[in-house]
Design a protein around this ligand. Structure first.
Ligand code: DOR
Ligand code: ZN
Length: 346
């Protein structure tokens, strides 16, 4: 039987939510990952160091018995975030970055940034203190085609920002386009990108195969096949500028199967297995370790993990849904379908 033993990977972009939902989804991540960067887009958002530390305590309390997992926290940047908050965050051992949501770009982003010039003093403080900026890279202008919003963001927002603050550390999260791959590949060493499993495995046809598929809707939205191919090439390239970030985003089933369905794909139930599938399809399983276990830790200046995890090449059927607390359910990626890798003892 084919087996693959890796250092325990890290997830550099994860939505855990809070309360019963968090309790329902956290075990999936703890089974697979040593650490995860936890997104702050709760409602209301996590905007202060005190809130982030209290949220961290709630996550730690929800880790199943015997699980070893470190949540790495982020702050949600608003136009009212004071520069002193960045100082407080950087003095805490548990806050790894600050998340920029352009207002209106995605789930719970209304409190985000409308005008980047209003947060410039905060960004300058981050550059000075070496605090990374984690970016949802899409413009929100409804006049811009939804499939072009990432590329437009790179041209209109990110390029001028990096020119103005060349020493700012930036992670362009969940990239989806060939243009983003090219931009990150040719930029300075302080720019990196995360890539999701779903953007490596699916193109935009998956949104419409036989009818509308709400469980394949996420933001940034899936793109054409040429973009998926570019993302896969970046992921398997061995470049340390591209690393794993699932963007696993749980939503109750009824909020996705709706006339106005929420954005977000749930992959935490099989995250590393799905990445293994993508790398195997590309004939590059040997490149999974750098992408999933080394490059993110190196970028954030954290030690690499020493514990290991073993994947076994054995197929299993994904449940149709998982319980999500309060009587709701969650439909995971590949629900009712098969995945060719499983975690040993998982
Ligand atoms: O699809 C997404 N879901 N994209 C995001 O940026 C946010 C996330 C969520 O929080 O549900
Ligand atoms: Zn996200």
């Amino acid at each position: 039987m084919l087996q693959l033993t890796l250092p325990r990977p890290d997830d550099w972009h994860l939505h855990l939510r809070d309360g019963a939902t968090m309790g329902a989804v956290l075990p999936h991540t703890v089974q697979r990952f040593a650490r995860a960067i936890v997104m702050p887009n709760l409602n209301p958002p996590i905007t202060t160091t005190a809130q982030a530390l209290a949220y961290r305590e709630r996550i730690v309390a929800a880790i199943p018995d015997g699980g070893r997992f470190a949540p790495l926290m982020t702050l949600y940047l608003t136009e009212n975030t004071p520069a002193e908050e960045i100082v407080r965050a950087s003095e805490s051992d548990h806050i790894l970055g600050v998340k920029l949501y352009p207002a209106g770009a995605t789930t719970h982003s209304d409190a985000g940034v409308r005008n980047l010039s209003r947060v410039m003093p905060v960004l300058e403080k981050m550059a000075e203190l070496g605090m990374p900026l984690l970016v949802h890279g899409e413009v929100t202008d409804p006049g811009v085609d939804i499939f072009d919003r990432e590329q437009r963001f790179i041209e209109q927002v990110l390029t001028p920002l990096l020119e103005r603050l060349p020493e700012l550390k930036v992670v362009l999260e969940h990239i989806t386009t060939r243009e983003a791959v090219e931009f990150v590949s040719t930029a300075g060493e302080n720019l990196a990108a995360t890539i999701t499993a779903h953007h490596l495995l699916l193109n935009r046809n998956a949104l419409f195969s036989g009818g509308i598929r709400p469980h394949h809707f996420c933001l940034p939205v899936l793109k054409r096949e040429i973009h998926r191919e570019a993302l896969l090439a970046a992921a398997i390239s061995g470049s340390p500028r591209f690393f794993l970030g699932t963007d696993s985003a749980p939503h109750p089933r009824h909020t996705k199967e709706s006339s106005c369905g929420c954005a977000g794909i749930y992959t935490a139930h099989a995250a590393i297995e799905l990445y293994a599938e993508a790398f195997e399809q590309a004939g590059a399983l040997e490149r999974l370790e750098g992408f999933a276990c080394h490059f993110g830790a190196d970028f954030y200046g954290l030690p690499r993990n020493e514990e290991t995890i073993t994947l076994v090449k054995e197929s299993w059927t994904v449940p149709q849904h998982y319980p999500l607390g309060s009587g709701t359910t969650l439909v995971p990626l590949r629900a009712g379908g098969r995945i060719g890798w499983r975690i040993a003892n998982g």
